[in-house]
Design a protein around this ligand. Sequence first.
Ligand code: CAA
Length: 287
Amino acid sequence: MDFEDIETVAVLGAGNMGHGIAEVAALAGYEVRMRDIKEEFVQNGYDNIEWSLNKLAEKDRLTQAEADDALDRVTPLVDVAEAVGDADVIIEAVPEKMEIKKDVYTDVEQHAPEEAIFATNTSSLSITELSEVTERPEQFCGMHFFNPPVRMQLVEVITGAHTSDETLDTVEQLAEEFGKSPVRVRKDSPGFIVNRILVPLMNEACWLVHDDVATIAEVDSTTKFDIGLPMGALELSDQVGNDVGLHVLEYMHETLGEAYDPCPLLEAKVEDEKLGKKTGEGFYDYE
Ligand code: CAA
């Protein structure tokens, strides 16, 4: 698939990342099919896009007409065949579980055009292993956005063992067309570049609170004002989703070793469904 031939982008998953990626693609002028497994999930994603576009217009980052046009380009869908049937690029952003993602690809493969590129927004999982459940591993790569996608500049474009250079070039060009700055990750390795650094940092922040070395406020003011992150480490964990961070850590723990042992405080937040901003409570209260 040549970059110039891309007209339609399908995004699978309308959650935190999926709806944000659909919004970015629509803002870049593409027809977007956003799919999730239930009507209420797609509607929620669509409402979030509308909220975000209106917020961007309110802040003069774009005009209200541009916001309205972008929303018009997003079609919310539940039917997989309809979502991917005429897609040139399919960006998958379903939950961070290997088995769920593999099932999605097995299903999508039956309905997607032969030349369509598959790009996964996985935060850590093996691109090679995912690509091998499809019949097009050379047309498969990672395309990892950051939360919130509409505001974050970086996109990691990750090669799998079978990914062709043509696929990587096309996806990089697409990321640039989305207004992003892609970085090519040369080797398929758990957590890629950013999460290999950031997720252990958020986990260490949890350990400091867990071990009673510092309070949440002390950890966050240190990481924000002294280390210079745009958000405190625990505020960032709430932004990313404590469940997402935990899934990445569990995978890194399993594949890279003991250093990535998840903190019980993080595990407890997830168990109590205090997932961060998206559930209204995490390390902070958002109600
Ligand atoms: N769309 C539109 N507006 C949004 C938004 C969205 N998706 N999300 C937040 N906003 C709004 C807020 O509601 C707020 O509006 P009000 O001022 O009216 O309350 C406004 O944006 C804040 O934006 P500002 O530019 O004024 O504030 P800021 O300079 O702090 O920028 C930020 C906000 C860009 C999110 C910044 O805090 C930041 O860069 N944070 C770090 C985020 C980060 O590192 N993300 C990566 C996490 S790692 C990851 O995602 C990978 C993974 O796989 C786990």
